[in-house]
Design a protein around this ligand. Structure first.
Ligand code: NAD
Length: 566
């Protein structure tokens, strides 16, 4: 990928303020969001263009990064730039309402759609792993996932214990990377106790520095002791342990310590470049990967097998176990023949699907001014707009208090399709209000509204978002493609289609989009359309699969589903 570009060194994050270097705010927003993805405070390894999630990249090479910036600066208000696996490949005259940037990352044809072929092409510089928001320039750091993790754990408390939080419960997990690093804070926000294993000590330190994790323990014994004391006292508490997650879980079982809840967010989706095998330091493992990738992959899968078996053992002894979207079950089932790997559920069917049925998912926005006051104004706006939503109020207040901004100030919250008397969805109402605040000058510069690829109607991923669909359509990928097409038609400013996010190449297809709220009437029109079609896809996808909650939401909110059947 070459040496870090001079331009990137000059920026070291997104440009901010109200002066722009592109021809319009929609192009400028793309330039800022790309650079925000590569802000050293946001990305995990920006010098390698790696944003998060194993090797999720923002651009294919440093030359490609420079070329994208040059294209964005020249891009007219009636043109569309095409980006293919992190490289700009064409620019066409389209029209003003069309997207300014269309992105496709990591996609391969079915029979070739696997890591092996992907890695061959990647080594030749012909493809790039875009993960989810890395290659679509919508990553906002660990703050982006925090609410999803908070919501999942809150749903777990309600479903499993009939309680509103996790007071007195211990959650054991692994991985404190870009996404996994949100786990300790999401647990303590739910008033529980978290022990997290992480092989790379610098990641633990980073989470402590940024307020996501409270302490570091010298070893597993110390972590257990402190966690037990906090749980008994009913105090929220989180601790990172510098150890391989498989070793930690086995150690806990040997000591007879069975946590209330066990999960994992190591980068198990990629056995070669994400997950670390036991018995090696990070440096030794990195060296082994270079020298003998096959030996690395085998060692990594051996550790993953022990890891999954330990989770199953804890589950058999009373822990609530769920997979947190890293495909660790799929990896050991396929590569090691562990037949009962799927005996513990994924987090979507277990806790999130009812929200997807109503078009609810992680909706996020970033302030292009760089001014935290702009996000504070959006926080106020959301509370003014939805005063009846107590859960939302609690989230916004907690986030305001406890979530540090990384890069461009941003916020996440889960809003859905539910319409008001004027037929505006929750997401559209919010976006239109923000657009007004930008127009009135109450917010200094445009706000970009975007979302994770993990959303109600934007992803096919049989081991994660579409696991165990009621009608067996887990692997049907028409839905994300329709999602990208309808959002393009509706006028999103960036639309992206990726393969392999979260769970690895060949295991998922997913999309996202961005809409730039610059205060104009055009932005309002686009927002009204996109924030109806996008959550609406969640409702119709789940209605089609026979989910009663989705059919009811469609009826209540006027989403047209031609052949809906109760
Ligand atoms: P990341 O690559 O930034 O971090 C993974 C971390 O795991 C690294 O810090 C690494 O050192 C550590 N690690 C690897 N193997 C380990 C082991 N055996 N024991 C202990 N630590 C180990 O990735 P990320 O962005 O944090 O994502 C983590 C995983 O979660 C990925 O598989 C990703 O696809 C998945 N994910 C899930 C969701 C979700 O909503 N649940 C969202 C995004 C990503």
């Amino acid at each position: 990928i070459g040496e870090p570009s001079e331009q990137w060194r000059d920026y070291q994050g997104s440009p901010t303020g109200t002066d722009i270097e592109c021809q319009g705010w929609r192009q400028e927003a793309a330039l800022r969001m790309l650079n925000n993805n590569l802000d050293p405070d946001v990305a995990e390894r920006p010098e390698d263009l790696v944003v998060y999630g194993g090797t999720g990249r923002a651009a294919r090479s440093w030359d490609a990064y420079d070329a994208i910036l040059a294209e964005l600066r020249e891009l007219g208000d009636e043109e569309t730039l095409l980006v293919q696996s992190g490289k700009p490949v064409g620019r066409f005259r389209t029209h003003e309402r069309a997207p300014r940037v269309l992105i496709a990352n990591s996609n391969l044809v079915g029979a070739w759609d696997n890591w092996e072929h992907f890695h061959e092409l990647e080594a030749e510089g012909k493809i790039m792993y875009g993960q989810m928001t890395a290659g679509s320039w919508a990553y906002i750091g660990t703050q982006g996932i925090i609410q999803g993790t908070y919501e999942t754990l809150g749903a777990l408390a309600r479903e499993e214990y009939g309680e509103t939080d996790l007071t007195g419960r211990v959650v054991v997990t692994g991985g404190l990377g870009g996404m996994g690093g949100a786990q300790p804070l999401a647990v303590t926000m739910n008033k529980g106790v978290c022990i997290a294993a992480e092989v790379d000590e610098s990641r633990i330190d980073r989470r402590i520095e940024t307020g996501y994790c409270q302490e570091k323990a010298a070893d597993v014994d110390e972590a257990i002791e402190r966690a037990k004391a906090a749980a008994e006292a009913g105090e929220p508490y989180s601790v990172g342990v510098h150890v391989n997650a498989a070793d930690m879980l086995e150690g806990m079982l040997e000591r007879g310590f069975i946590p209330d809840i066990v999960t994992d967010q190591t980068s198990a989706h990629d056995a070669l470049e994400g997950y670390y095998p036991s018995g090696h330091t990070v440096e030794e493992a990195d060296e082994l990967r270079e020298r003998d990738p096959d030996a690395y992959r085998e060692a990594s899968l051996d550790t993953m097998q022990r890891h999954v078996e330990a989770i199953l053992d804890m589950q058999a002894r009373g822990s609530i176990a769920f997979e947190y979207g890293n495909n660790i079950r799929g990896q050991v089932e396929t590569a090691r023949g562990v037949e009962n790997a799927f005996a513990f559920p994924g987090f979507v069917p277990a806790y999130i699907r009812p929200q997807f049925c109503r078009g609810k998912g992680p909706f996020r926005w970033a302030a292009l001014s760089g001014d935290p006051a702009d996000i504070r104004r959006t926080d106020e706006a959301i509370l003014e707009l939805f005063p009846e939503k107590e859960h939302l109020r609690r989230w916004i207040e907690l986030a305001d208090e406890q979530v540090q901004f990384q890069g461009l100030p941003s916020r996440v919250c889960w809003l859905g399709y539910e319409t008001d008397d004027d037929g505006l969805t929750e997401r559209a109402r919010f976006a239109l209000r923000i657009n007004e605040l930008v127009a009135d000058g109450e917010i200094a510069a445009p706000i970009v509204v975007t979302r994770d690829h993990l959303d109600a109607g934007s992803v096919a991923s049989p081991n994660r978002e579409t696991e165990a669909m009621r009608d067996g359509t887990d692997a049907v990928a028409d839905w994300p493609i329709l999602n990208a097409l309808i959002n393009t038609a509706a006028g999103a400013d960036i639309v992206a289609v990726h393969d392999g996010g979260g769970v690895g190449i060949g295991n998922s297809l997913h999309t996202n989009n961005q809409v730039v709220l610059d205060g104009s009437e055009l932005a309002a029109e686009k927002a009204r359309a996109v924030f109806t079609t996008d959550p609406g896809m969640g409702v119709i996808r789940h209605a089609d699969a026979g989910y009663e909650e989705a059919i009811e939401e469609a009826e209540r909110s006027g989403a047209h589903v031609p052949m809906a059947e109760h």
